[in-house]
Design a protein around this ligand. Structure first.
Ligand code: G6P
Length: 465
């Protein structure tokens, strides 16, 4: 069995008690725990003079190899090209997409630097699995310095429609870099279709369905690779067990007591403009306006830990939400009831599992999202005898698999309020039927299936004949 070398910008905290807010780190950690290997990436620290070699920390079968970033690299690569150019563009937000050559050069420079630091750690038979938009050119950079390994790439965000992608000045370089991998994976068939359309109509490459139906062969930029969707998932059974235990913790009990019999709607998201939080707050506002019986009887808990707080668009969304939550609470609150509990901090997985279990409704309404694991986690944490209802945006990747949620269009504020009302009044039989159907999906496709499918596809490389 080849060793797996995973590369991602964000690496899960080595101390698991300290939870990271991002879906990538949580999922990759769950996927790597059993198999072991190397996890290479950014340490999360920004320093004046980064050490020349990665710092190595073995934890069980896994070795973390992390690098610090210099201030300029953090600005140009992370805040700049990754999070002010690719992130908004890949979430279909052309209006928020900023491009400049300095950041693009920084992005390429850091990818080349990271590749040069990983190369000495590689053994000949290793499989290299690179994750997410920060590191698209990483594989191409490894190949440039002579590494002939099997290399795969998985994108955790949506892939934009080609009509949007071509607005990026260096779009052809970015897609050419993707084609340097042997396997390129996406969450959904929609993302895969967008990629294929770019290959066909922009890159003038060829796309052939694989005889086994497992994705497509892509011929473009002088290479042959496989492109396929691999919907990411959660470690279902351990989470079901955790939620059962968490239902009885003191903290969960405190939340229950604070509700004094009221229903709770919960949202948990990084504070990010892709998550549709202003629209979500407006939808809750609309629920209270249009269905006044909920006033005093339903609370909405939104947990939104701050994220990428040096990027101006994130500073702006934070201000907007503070104003909006203040406005809604000012309009509806009573001396003994606050409609929105808005928290800018993160909680451990155990705490969240307990909170999900107590909540009658999980509200997951991104404007665009790669997968959204919170949707899956909310379902897995429910009490099978009295499950809550998931209200889910059609624009989350999870909607492709979780069709038994109440699927909504987050831009349509009134219809989301209607869905909330339907969720809050849904009979037990229907709640159970929907829950069971979704759990069937989560049991069939858990995180190990995701890992195994990707690794198997990569093990079959090279696809160049
Ligand atoms: C998303 C991205 C991940 C990222 C996470 C947290 O899930 O797809 O790559 O790690 O957000 O964002 P951060 O910028 O804190 O790493």
């Amino acid at each position: 069995m080849s060793r797996l070398v995973v590369v991602s910008n964000r690496v899960a905290p080595i101390d698991e008690g300290k939870q990271s807010a991002g879906g990538l780190a949580v999922a990759v950690l769950a996927a790597l725990k059993k198999t072991g290997g190397i996890w290479f990436g950014w340490s999360g620290d920004v320093v004046a003079a980064p050490p020349s070699a990665p710092s190595l920390t073995p934890v069980g079968k896994l070795t973390y190899a992390t690098l610090d970033l210099a201030k300029r690299d953090y600005e140009e690569y992370y805040n700049g090209y990754a999070n002010s150019t690719l992130w908004p563009l890949f979430h279909f937000r052309l209006g928020l997409t900023n491009f400049n050559r300095r950041n693009y050069a920084g992005y390429q420079r850091v990818n080349a630097l990271f590749a040069s630091k990983l190369a000495p750690l590689l053994q000949p038979d290793d499989m290299v699995w690179v994750h997410d938009y920060h590191l698209i050119p990483f594989g191409e950079q490894l190949r440039l310095i002579g590494m002939g390994h099997r290399m795969g790439f998985f994108l955790h965000t949506p892939f934009p429609a080609p009509e949007l992608l071509v607005a990026l000045p260096n779009h052809a370089d970015i897609v050419r870099a993707l084609c340097a991998y042997d396997v390129v994976g996406f969450h959904t068939t929609t993302d895969l279709r967008c990629f294929i359309n770019y290959i066909r109509f922009e890159a003038r490459g060829t796309v052939t369905e694989r005889p086994d139906g497992e994705g497509y062969f892509i011929n473009a930029f002088g290479r042959t690779l496989v492109a396929r969707s691999f919907p990411i998932s959660i470690d279902t059974e351990p989470l079901v067990t955790l939620a059962k235990q968490a239902a009885r913790t003191r903290q969960t009990e405190r939340l229950r007591e604070s509700l004094v019999g009221r229903d709770l709607i919960i949202g948990v998201d990084r504070l990010d403009y892709s998550k549709g939080l202003p629209q979500r707050f407006e939808s809750f506002h609309c629920l209270l306006e249009n269905y006044p019986a909920n006033r005093g009887h339903v609370s909405f808990l939104q947990i939104a830990p701050p994220s990428r707080s040096d990027v101006p668009e994130y500073i702006a969304i934070r201000k907007e939400l503070e104003t909006l939550s203040g406005h809604i609470n000012g309009r509806f609150a009573e001396f003994d009831w606050v409609p929105i509990r808005y928290l800018n901090k993160s909680f451990t997985r155990r705490s969240l599992a307990g909170f999900f279990r107590v909540s009658a409704v999980g509200l997951v309404t991104p404007l665009r999202d790669g997968m959204n694991l919170v949707a899956k986690e909310y379902v897995a944490c429910q009490d099978p005898e009295d499950p809550g209802v998931l209200v889910l945006s059609r624009f989350a990747g999870a909607a492709e698999e979780l069709g038994d949620a109440l699927i909504v269009n987050p831009y349509d504020i009134e219809s989301v309020a209607d869905a909330l009302q339907r969720a809050l009044t849904m009979p037990l039989d229907e709640r159970k039927a929907r829950y069971n159907a979704m759990m069937e999906v989560l049991r069939r496709n858990d995180i190990s299936v995701w890992r195994e499918n990707f690794v198997t596809a990569l093990a079959g490389a090279p696809y160049d004949s």
